[in-house]
Design a protein around this ligand. Structure first.
Ligand SMILES: Nc1ncnc2c1ncn2[C@@H]1O[C@H](COP(=O)(O)OP(=O)(O)OP(=O)(O)O)[C@@H](O)[C@H]1O
Ligand SMILES: [Mg+2]
Length: 335
């Protein structure tokens, strides 16, 4: 097997050269993305960058202008949603309010003519998986938001899709439940080894959940990579500013220097690159956030708790940048 076919072997979803523009010109362009079997890939970017547009083209809710969408090697871009091996969960209003939880879950299976006994057994197993046993007879409004979304995910999973599509499924939930749902989704995804495309504008959610992240900007993909790769090697200034925290300083010839707060080291270097004055000290548990004034610029540094003990406001300190990035005028990574 050549390397190319080895890589292709477990591609579950392939989007190639796909463009979808709405009549007003908004949309996405030249999208290329492979999602491998059992992978959870996140589309990440600010509001309006085209995340839902991509997800809807995969699910068949909107057509494409150009390009191809393959699932299990077969083109699907001309099939209606119900003929595609996908299932989609939306942000809210997922469940049918006039039906019990059991009926909500059973509906899709009944349409597929799954025998009654098997439907009950499958629902039982699925409710167990999403930790919702005993809620079958309730109506959606009798459940909390988090519980409703768990049922919505269960309903999608019962259809045994090749690819599960989740469009900001947790965004209506409060922060604590949201973090919990993230962990649950990861657990379920790993248990079933299902392929997932997840949409969020929350970079922390993307970092926590994903095998790979697709960072989007104004309808195009800026970078695709694992969470660590994206964090450690942001290929553009945009990605550098969107993922994690970053200090930006003007460099030579119109370039910009970017440094992560944890890479700003306060130390007693013999030949310090720079010096700065401490303006703020905020102890945040295991690390301390230190605000630094360097000439006309402000920088943030994250200092381990033990190293921060001796720091005082208005002290002058030597700085070194443990790691830095230089972006050129076009926002591309120079070094
Ligand atoms: N049906 C539509 N008709 C015209 N323009 C649309 C339509 N749907 C979305 N758009 C526009 O296309 C762009 C991408 O929209 P999309 O919904 O994909 O963004 P998004 O990344 O999902 O944003 P959000 O995080 O707010 O959900 C936006 O500028 C949006 O206004
Ligand atoms: Mg959206």
């Amino acid at each position: 097997m050549t390397e190319q076919t080895a890589q292709n072997a477990n591609v579950k979803l392939r989007i190639s050269n796909m463009t979808k523009r709405y009549s007003n010109g908004d949309g996405v362009s030249d999208i290329d993305l492979d999602v491998r079997e059992g992978e959870i890939v996140t589309l990440l970017g600010p509001s309006g960058c085209g995340k839902s547009t991509i997800l809807r083209t995969i699910g068949g809710f909107i057509g494409v202008d150009k390009g191809e969408i393959l699932i299990d090697g077969k083109p699907v871009q001309n099939l209606p949603p119900e003929k595609r091996p996908t299932a989609m969960v939306f942000q809210s209003y997922n469940l049918w309010p006039h039906m019990t939880i059991f009926d909500n879950l059973a509906f899709g299976l009944q349409i597929k003519k799954v025998p009654k006994k098997e439907i009950a057994a499958r629902i039982d197993k699925m409710l167990h998986l999403v930790h919702m046993e005993g809620h079958e007879k309730k109506y959606p409004t009798q459940l909390s938001g988090g519980q409703q979304q768990r049922i919505a995910i269960a309903r999608a999973l019962l259809l045994e899709p090749s690819v599960l599509l989740l469009d900001e499924p947790f965004s209506a939930l409060d922060a604590k439940i949201r973090a919990q749902m993230r962990e649950e989704l990861k657990r379920i995804q790993q248990a079933l080894k299902i392929t997932v495309v997840f949409v969020t504008h929350d970079q922390e959610e993307a970092m926590a959940l994903s095998d790979r992240i697709v960072v989007m900007n104004k309808g195009v993909i800026e970078q695709i990579g694992g969470p660590t790769e994206i964090y450690d090697c942001p290929k553009t200034r945009y990605v550098a500013s969107f993922i994690g925290e970053m200090n930006f300083l003007p460099g030579a010839n119109g370039t910009e220097i970017a440094v992560r707060p944890e890479d700003v080291w306060l130390d007693d270097a013999m030949e310090p690159e720079m010096s700065a004055v401490i303006r703020t000290i905020m102890p945040l548990g295991h690390y301390t956030k230190v605000g630094l004034e360097m000439g006309e610029h402000f920088l943030r540094a994250y200092v381990p708790k033990t190293d921060a003990a001796g720091l005082r406001v208005n002290d002058s300190v030597a700085l070194t940048f443990h790691k830095k990035y230089v972006y050129n005028q076009n926002g591309g990574l120079q070094q």
